[in-house]
Design a protein around this ligand. Structure first.
Ligand SMILES: *Cc1c(COP(=O)(O)O)cnc(C)c1O
Length: 391
C-alpha cells in the first residue's frame, strides 16, 4: 500500500482484515453463545426477574473475582454507576470535577447530576486519556489552597475529584494521576465503562481510584442488555454504594425506613443472569478481540500516514474499539472518507465531539485542549466485534 491515505486504502485494509463481508459490518455487536438463554429462562421460570435474586450476587462476585477488586456493586447502567461513585467520593453541589473533554457525554453528565461542574482537561496522544503532565502544569497555574484542599482560583469552586476515562479500553496513565490526586487532595473515580478486561501491569483498571465504574450496555465488551457495576477495595465505600443504589433502605425486622434520599439504581436479576453468562465468555471474547486488533495493527503498519492506536506500554488493553489516528486529515476529508466507507458497508465512525464544544457544557471551565482537539479530528473507530475474526 502507498504512503498517502485514501478511501481505497481504508476499504482495502478493512476488506483484508474482515474479509469481503462489507455489507453492514457494525461497530460492535453483542454475542450470546453460551448460557445466556439458560440463565434468563431460569429467571422467568422461578419468577426472580426483578431487583433481588441470586444472579445479582453471583454477577457481583464474578466481577470482583475477575478484576481482583474486593467488592462490586451492580447497577442499572454505567451512567448511574458514575453518579453514585461521585456522590460516594464526596462530590458536592458547586464543586468542580476534572475530566477529559474527549469522552462520552455520560462522564460529564454524571458530574452534572451531582450539581457539580465538569472541568475539562487535555488528553494524551498515546493513551487518548487524561495527560498527567499537562494536568500537572495546568493545576500549578489554576489551583490554589483552600480549606484543607484546593480550589479553582478563577471560579472559586472547590476541586473535588479527577474522573479519568480509559478510552476505547486503553488504560490511562494512572500513576501520574495518582500523584496529582495526592498533591491536590483530589479523589479519583475511574470511568472504566469501556475497559473491562484491561490491565495496567498486573492490576485491573478501576482498582486504582477510590472506585471504578463499568458499563454493560449492548455495545460494550460484554452486555447485560443495560447495566453497570462499581468496584472498590473499601468496604465502607461498597456498603454506601449498595445503600444508595437500593433507595437507602434500612430494614428493622418486618419494617424498614429510608435514611437518606437514595436511588433506584439496582440491576434487575434478569439482566444479571445475562451478565453471569457473558462473564463466562469474557476470556474467549477478549482473545478474539486481541486477534482482530493484531490483524488491524499489521495492516495499518504499512500505511505511514495513519497510526493504529495500540495498547500503552506496560498495559493490556481489551481493544474494545479498534481505532486509527490520522493526524493531518481535515474534518471535511474525514467525513468524506467515512461516508464512502459506510457506503461500502463498513460502519466506521469519528470519535465523540469534544464535550467542551457542546452547548450544554459551554459554561464549564476548561484548560488548553490542543491534543484533544487534534484527536477529535483525526481518530476513526473501526468495526470491532469479536466475531469478525471468523472469516
Ligand atoms: C458507555 C459509557 C458510559 C455509560 O454507560 P451506560 O451503561 O451506557 O450508561 C460512560 N462512560 C463511557 C466512557 C462510556 O463509553
Amino acid at each position: 500500500m502507498a504512503n498517502s491515505f485514501s478511501l481505497d486504502h481504508l476499504v482495502e485494509a478493512l476488506q483484508y482484515v474482515i474479509g469481503f463481508k462489507g455489507n453492514n459490518v457494525v461497530l460492535h455487536e453483542p454475542e450470546f453463545k453460551a448460557n445466556e438463554l439458560k440463565y434468563v429462562q431460569e429467571c422467568l421460570e422461578t419468577g426472580w426477574v426483578s431487583s433481588a435474586g441470586k444472579f445479582v450476587d453471583e454477577f457481583e462476585a464474578k466481577i470482583s473475582s475477575y478484576t481482583g477488586a474486593k467488592y462490586a456493586v451492580a447497577v442499572v447502567n454505567g451512567t448511574s454507576g458514575l453518579h453514585l461513585a461521585l456522590i460516594e467520593a464526596g462530590v458536592l453541589p458547586g464543586d468542580e470535577v476534572l475530566c477529559p473533554a474527549l469522552t462520552f457525554v455520560a462522564t460529564a453528565n454524571a458530574v452534572s447530576y451531582c450539581g457539580a461542574v465538569p472541568h475539562f482537561v487535555d488528553s494524551s496522544e498515546s493513551t487518548m486519556g487524561l495527560d498527567p503532565a499537562a494536568l500537572s502544569d495546568y493545576l500549578s497555574r489554576v489551583a490554589e489552597p483552600f480549606s484543607g484542599g484546593y480550589r479553582n482560583r478563577k471560579t472559586g469552586r472547590r476541586l473535588a475529584a479527577i474522573l479519568p476515562m480509559h478510552t476505547f479500553g486503553h488504560p490511562v496513565d494512572i500513576s501520574g494521576l495518582l500523584d496529582l490526586a495526592k498533591k491536590y487532595c483530589l479523589e479519583i473515580v475511574e470511568d472504566a465503562a469501556e475497559a473491562l478486561g484491561s490491565w495496567i501491569g498486573s492490576r485491573h483498571v478501576g482498582t486504582y481510584g477510590r472506585s471504578g465504574v463499568f458499563s454493560f450496555n449492548g455495545n460494550k465488551i460484554i452486555t447485560t442488555g443495560g447495566g453497570g457495576a462499581i468496584i472498590t477495595n473499601d468496604l465502607r465505600c461498597a456498603q454506601r454504594l449498595k445503600h444508595l443504589s437500593t433507595t437507602a433502605k434500612k430494614s428493622y425486622g418486618f419494617s424498614f425506613v429510608h435514611d437518606e434520599i437514595g436511588f433506584n439504581y439496582r440491576l434487575p436479576n434478569i439482566n444479571a443472569a445475562l451478565g453471569c453468562a457473558q462473564m463466562e465468555s469474557l476470556p474467549d471474547i477478549l482473545s478474539r478481540k486481541r486477534e482482530l486488533a493484531s490483524r488491524y495493527k499489521k495492516v495499518f503498519s504499512s500505511i505511514s500516514s495513519v497510526r493504529f492506536m495500540d495498547e500503552p506500554v506496560g498495559c493490556r488493553s481489551n481493544f474494545w474499539l479498534n481505532t486509527i489516528y490520522h493526524p493531518f486529515i481535515s474534518e471535511e476529508e474525514r467525513d468524506e472518507l467515512l461516508n464512502s466507507v459506510i457506503t461500502a458497508g463498513f460502519h466506521c465512525r469519528p470519535v465523540w465531539r469534544l464535550l467542551s464544544r457542546l452547548s450544554i457544557f459551554s459554561h464549564c471551565p476548561r484548560g488548553p485542549l490542543p491534543v484533544a482537539e487534534a484527536l477529535e479530528k483525526g481518530l476513526i473507530n473501526l468495526p470491532s466485534s469479536p466475531k469478525l475474526t471468523e472469516r
